[in-house]
Design a protein around this ligand. Structure first.
Ligand SMILES: *[C@@H]1O[C@H](CO)[C@@H](O)[C@H](O)[C@H]1NC(C)=O
Ligand SMILES: *[C@@H]1O[C@H](CO)[C@@H](O)[C@H](O)[C@H]1NC(C)=O
Length: 266
């Protein structure tokens, strides 16, 4: 041990002895008090609806982004961008193999949340993600089916293929995919297309999905999510997860999550 480390330890010990356990108690008490205050301000109804914590993690208007019951004891969240090839890869693995495995081997244990991660270095990512939000609005039960279809067609929206496309062109092309999952093309376009023309006031107001887009972007920013895909287990990001994993690797990782003692150190 270096002398400076020894000195630090000595000073720490002196400090602890001098303060006894008072500091610890104060912190503990402070937390308890603020919890009590919160409880007091909560109405009976609020307490009831807040019982299941996992319900709070996803806005009700994004409920189609969840697969499995909100009351499941675990939550697997994946931040995905429709125009990211690695997102397409991990989504396919999850959709085709991992989630069916969980349904079979751990039924009711995991709630899966699709988090839309807009990545502005692919400018079209915004528009393609808006399409996902339009489906959530018009037919939430089609959200996963539409997302699968979008990932299958993601190449149509890669930078080189859209360099010369207008915003209207992109929405129209996306509306053809919406139609494939049974969503009315016109209703879909009405949510997305910005009215223009000589009689339209220029106010930079965005389209009808702007607030939903802000909501999903904020969820990523608030969690410090930068790139897709990013995987979270019970709210904690795990950068060890790879889009290249096969089912065996997923199973091993999941085993570690389910076992009470086998969880790796955070
Ligand atoms: C909370 O979870 C329980 C059991 O999982 C369920 O019966 C109840 O309906 C849930 N409450 C809400 C508000 O979702
Ligand atoms: C975009 O499409 C809408 C609906 O067809 C149309 O009203 C609008 O003029 C178009 N905008 C431009 C700039 O072409």
């Amino acid at each position: 041990m270096r002398p400076s480390t020894l000195l630090q330890l000595f000073l720490l010990a002196v400090l602890l002895l001098a303060s006894g356990t008072t500091a610890e108690k104060e912190i503990d008490c402070g937390i308890r008090m603020s919890c009590q205050n919160e409880e007091r301000t909560k109405s009976k109804t609020q307490q009831n609806t807040n019982t299941n914590k996992s319900n709070m993690a996803l806005a009700a208007r994004l409920s189609g982004h969840r697969r499995g019951a909100a009351t499941a004891p675990h939550t697997l969240e994946v931040f995905l961008d429709y125009v990211c090839p690695f997102s397409a890869k991990i989504y396919k693995k999850l959709n085709d193999e991992v989630l069916p495995f969980l349904d079979k081997e751990h039924p009711g244990k995991v709630s899966f949340i699709f988090r839309q991660q807009v990545q502005p270095w692919h400018p079209i990512s915004t528009e393609v993600n808006e399409a996902g939000l339009a489906i959530e609005r018009l037919a939430p039960n089609k959200f996963f089916e539409f997302s699968t279809l979008l990932f299958e067609h993601q190449k149509d929206y890669f930078d080189e293929n859209v360099a010369d496309k207008s915003r209207n062109d992109t929405y129209r092309s996306l509306s053809a995919l919406a139609e494939k999952v049974g969503v009315d093309r016109q209703q879909f376009l009405d949510l997305l297309i910005i009215p223009t023309g000589p009689n339209v006031e220029v106010k930079n107001g965005g389209n009808k999905l702007q607030n939903d887009l802000k909501l999903v972007i904020r969820a990523g920013r608030q969690n410090g999510i930068h790139v897709s895909p990013t995987v979270l287990w019970d709210g904690i990001a795990d950068t060890s997860v790879s889009s290249g994993w096969d089912l065996a690797q997923w199973k091993e990782w999941l085993d570690g999550r389910f076992s009470a003692t086998g969880r790796p150190s955070l």
